[in-house]
Design a protein around this ligand. Structure first.
Ligand SMILES: NC(=O)C1=CN([C@@H]2O[C@H](COP(=O)(O)OP(=O)(O)OC[C@H]3O[C@@H](n4cnc5c(N)ncnc54)[C@H](O)[C@@H]3O)[C@@H](O)[C@H]2O)[C@@H](O)CC1
Ligand SMILES: [K+]
Length: 551
């Protein structure tokens, strides 16, 4: 699992490394950062020898890194043209020191340094841009916020234009200029602004990955992302902060979705109650159940309003379907709750929501069921819409055992915030929501975020693809979440939600690889779950017992 740091957390880490017990000299850290970009960038472009490299340096420490990079590229045989957008006086002491060294190396042939003073420098700058093989963006890093100001806005636009024409390779230092480190918002997100963020081919980032590198639209500006520790103490990089954000990796998930015990039985793998659907909508219901079956649930019970039952019975023999109410019953009503509550005593988890409709009795039914059941709840789609206006009370009573799985629009209704507002800080908004309501949230999207009610931690999931942007995928996910909650040995519902979201996305990636980039169905994604589990089993390291013991 990787920590995704905010700009403030990264600043804190750097400061502790330099001014705390480790006492790493600031110029040394900057040297390591610059050298890392020169080395990784060199590998990316096939070596610096004979290359013309334009290096744009801002007035903060990102710019200081640029002076170091120039020196190392020069040493590796490249020609460097450095533009500084700060004055000597504006630079930090370490940047000043590196600027001085670079200045001493300038020969106006292989190395030039221009202190940018305004439009009078533009003509030569654009000429250099038109002729360079590689552009190094050391303009702004973690210090950027808001919307790009001039002259950087026009310089970045020119760089993008040149790169889009296939003219040069663009390497960003730490962050591409114009991408917000915390939110992934970009320069032209800001109202009435057209200054675009820089589009990099490669970003070399320092110490820790940053949140904005994984959230769109910023994620689209990053290109290939490489992480370099720059010699920061590992203990500092993994240190817990108050608000922790992590990137899920396969190893985290295979650690919790462990292989089945050989002596297990169906009872070991949980009994899933799926109480959902309505008279004219059974597809979502069946896909939810199918997701649970394919994810290894021991037993799956499906309870649907009477009118929906004929369309569900026998579709999949392993799903035990029972109608609630008579044949003309289209929706659940409040009085049905007692029957479900009685049955739920044997259930490991209860799913409500997919395809449930919008009947006025629904909120009362869901509340009554929740009030008298004790098992974990997975609430999606119509169940979430039914909670509108009562969410604070509902989550206060049941949040600790509930996973909600809204997409952006559903989350907007629940939080009362406009989708555009949520998107300006996806992680921050979900973090606040979970702190306020103490409910585990799966916010579906690209990427999906999982927020733990217990710890407030946010987990970013990178599996999945655009082919999964299709109706029914979320229903399958609800079934997978339920199966993971029931999975033997998964410790918490947040862990189960992380496992399910990762698995669901990995199954979608498997389908995209086998079938094509889109057009595969939610049921095919569910069917791919066992295939992904089999792949994980193959990749899992041998345990001591499985290792050959006769040599
Ligand atoms: N010890 C450290 O703190 C280290 C920092 N390093 C580098 O330093 C960077 C952070 O340095 P800084 O905190 O100085 O920040 P930056 O260098 O990223 O930028 C700060 C400057 O950006 C300007 N700025 C902010 N928003 C702007 C906008 N919208 N339009 C135009 N200008 C804008 C500010 O006025 C400020 O002058 C990192 O990204 C990394 O590259 C590395 O050298 C490693 C060590
Ligand atoms: K940069």
């Amino acid at each position: 699992m990787y920590t995704l740091k905010s700009a403030a957390q990264m600043r804190q880490t750097d400061n502790t490394a330099m001014y705390g017990k480790y006492s790493i000299a600031p110029a040394v850290l900057m040297e390591n950062a610059g050298r890392a970009v020169a080395e990784r960038g060199g590998a990316y472009v096939g070596g610096w020898d004979g290359k013309d490299v334009l290096i744009l340096c801002g007035k903060g420490n990102n710019g200081g890194d640029g002076f170091v990079i120039a020196r190392h590229i020069l040493a590796a045989g490249g020609r460097v043209y450095v533009y500084s957008f700060g004055t000597t006086a504006e630079y930090s002491e370490e940047s000043k020191a590196h600027l001085h060294t670079l200045r001493m190396m300038c020969d106006n042939r292989t190395c030039t340094l221009t202190m940018y003073e305004g439009e009078k420098n533009d003509r030569l700058l654009y000429k250099r841009l038109a002729a360079c093989d590689v552009l190094i963006d050391a303009l702004l890093g973690t210090g950027f916020s808001g919307s790009l100001r001039e002259p950087l806005a026009r310089v970045v636009a020119a760089v993008n234009e040149r790169a889009a024409a296939g003219g040069c390779t663009v390497i960003a230092v730490d962050m591409p200029t114009g991408v917000n480190t915390d939110t992934g918002a970009v320069s032209d997100d800001i109202k009435n602004d057209t200054s675009s963020p820089l589009m990099a081919d490669l970003t070399v980032t320092f110490g820790s990955y940053k949140r904005g590198q994984f959230i769109y639209p910023g994620k689209a500006c990053i290109g290939k992302l490489e992480l370099d520790s720059i010699g920061l103490p590992p203990a500092l990089l993994t240190e817990n902060a108050e608000d922790n954000v992590y990137l899920l990796c396969e190893a985290d998930i295979t650690e919790i979705v462990t292989p089945r015990r050989a002596d297990s039985h169906k009872g070991t793998h949980g009994t899933i109650g799926i109480v959902t659907g309505c008279g004219d909508m059974v597809g979502a219901t069946l896909m939810t159940a199918h997701g649970a079956v394919r994810s290894g649930a021991g037993k799956v019970f499906l309870r649907v309003p009477g009118a929906a039952a004929p369309y569900c019975i026998g579709k999949e023999p392993e799903i035990m379907v029972r109608p609630v109410g008579g044949r003309d019953r289209l929706h659940f009503c409040r009085d049905d709750a007692a029957e479900i509550i009685a049955e739920s005593k044997d259930w490991s988890v209860l799913v409500m929501g997919p395809g449930m409709g919008k009947d006025k009795e629904l909120p009362g039914f869901i509340e009554a069921v929740a009030a008298e059941t004790t098992c974990p709840l997975v609430l999606d789609a119509d169940a979430l819409n039914a909670l509108r206006g009562k969410e604070a009370d509902f989550f206060a009573r049941h949040g600790g055992r509930t996973v909600i799985t809204p997409h952006l629009l559903e989350f907007s209704r629940l939080s009362g915030l406009a989708t555009a507002e949520i998107k300006t800080d996806l992680i921050g908004t979900v973090m606040k929501f979970v702190r306020d309501y103490a409910v585990t949230v799966v916010l579906k999207g690209a990427p999906s975020l999982i927020a733990s009610a217990k710890t407030g931690n946010i987990y970013v999931n990178e599996t999945g693809n655009a082919g999964m942007a299709a109706g029914g995928m979320g229903d399958v996910l609800s079934g997978i979440i339920a199966a993971m909650i029931a999975h033997d040995g998964i410790g918490s519902i947040a862990a189960a939600a992380c496992a399910a979201v990762y698995l669901h996305g990995a199954a979608g990636d498997y389908c995209a690889g086998r079938i094509g980039p889109y057009g595969f169905t939610p049921d095919e994604v569910a069917d791919a779950v066992p295939e992904v589990l089999a792949l994980w089993d193959k990749r899992r390291p041998l345990t001591l017992l499985e290792k050959p013991y006769i040599i």
